[in-house]
Design a protein around this ligand. Structure first.
Ligand SMILES: Nc1ncnc2c1ncn2[C@@H]1O[C@H](COP(=O)(O)OP(=O)(O)O)[C@@H](O)[C@H]1O
Ligand SMILES: [Mg+2]
Length: 322
């Protein structure tokens, strides 16, 4: 079967902020090019979903897609789990076994948290990537396997290279097509679409009516800084969806930790710069006019509301022709 066309395949990745568009364009090219790929991004930004989509859009779409979290592999078993072993290679190796690389033959191996791979295994992985050579534990024979590696990391691998914790040559071999998934706080315009999707999904799963976000609740979501990224947003949506099936969600229904992060995120003034920026000049005019309205045109009072001296206030009135 031919691979799904790119457009269709990347549809499950929601959000079309410019940063996301750029990632998807690169991913489409990379999917077709059949090169190894490195995806960088904070936890919950969609690295695994992107890897699945690249696989689905590639010529390997009908072959195996094997996921392995390098951080979760027991250190003494990493090598045999990845590369396989011969019978008797170590105590307890009762039979010859394939590793994940052999199992992924012709398909894709998703190496999540690749930064956690021990240095000795990184060397062996490099040999595989450079020559396709895979050597089971307990033999000097090599097998050739055809596997595309998609690696992911939430750490800064370049920094790990500098500190000697990640092999530079492996980094460069993987980083041919670098892809960085932006954190959710840098693509807040995608929040509405993502939240709607997760509310819909939760309702389908629970067989309830779909909950909706009030405008105020959506604004509140946009103010949160989302350290857990899309996964955290999904959890919030599942939470409110379970509590308020089919209802309109107000700010007070949102988890209280959203509130505290907003207070933290806003500067000491309590004012938070919106993502799209502001017009400083018109904001100043607006504030001056509001102060005058509050005080029925009393300039000294209005100046006090803005913590300005009367002279400084009068100067600004003149500057703006007010
Ligand atoms: N762009 C996106 N559109 C829709 N759902 C997404 C998107 N990115 C991530 N998700 C969802 O968010 C959750 C976390 O994504 P995942 O790929 O596991 O992140 P990571 O591997 O970076 O930790 C998953 O449920 C995933 O399906
Ligand atoms: Mg993950």
């Amino acid at each position: 079967m031919p691979p799904k066309n790119n457009k269709q395949a990347f549809n499950t990745l929601l959000g079309r902020s410019p940063a996301m568009e750029a990632v998807i364009r690169t991913a489409q090219i990379a999917a077709a090019a059949d090169v190894h790929i490195l995806i960088e991004g904070e936890t919950g930004t969609g690295k695994e979903l992107l890897a699945q989509e690249i696989q689905a859009a590639s010529l390997r779409s009908e072959q195996a897609f094997i996921v392995v979290n390098c951080a979760a592999l027991p250190i003494e078993l990493v090598e045999s789990l990845l590369f396989g072993h011969e019978q008797g290679a170590f105590t307890g190796a009762h039979e010859r076994r394939k590793g994940l690389l052999q199992k992924a033959h012709q398909g894709t191996l998703f190496l999540d948290e690749i930064g956690e791979l021990p240095l000795a295994i990184q060397a062996k992985m490099l040999r595989f990537i450079e020559h396709g050579e895979c050597q089971r534990l307990g033999t000097s024979d090599v097998e050739f396997v055809d596997v595309r590696i998609i690696a992911a990391t939430n750490r800064n691998l370049m920094q790990m290279v500098d500190s000697g914790h990640f092999r530079q040559d492996l980094f460069y071999r993987l980083n041919i097509v670098p892809m960085q998934l932006p954190p959710l706080r840098q693509r807040k315009r995608d929040i509405a679409e993502l939240a709607e999707h997760f509310l819909q999904q939760a309702a389908e799963r629970n067989q309830t009516n779909v909950a909706r976000l009030s405008q105020a609740a959506l604004e509140r979501l946009k103010k949160h800084d989302w350290p857990g990224n899309i996964r955290e947003l999904r959890n919030v949506c599942e939470h409110v969806s379970a509590l308020l099936p089919g209802l309109e969600i107000q700010c007070e229904h949102l988890p209280s930790n959203l509130e505290s992060s907003i207070k933290k995120a806003a500067g000491s003034s309590g004012f938070e710069l919106p993502e799209e920026g502001i017009n400083m000049e018109s904001l100043e005019i607006d504030l001056i006019q509001q102060a005058l309205e509050y005080t029925n045109g009393n300039k000294s009072e209005a100046a006090r509301l803005l913590s300005l001296s009367r002279d400084a206030f009068l100067y600004r009135l003149k500057k703006h022709n007010l």
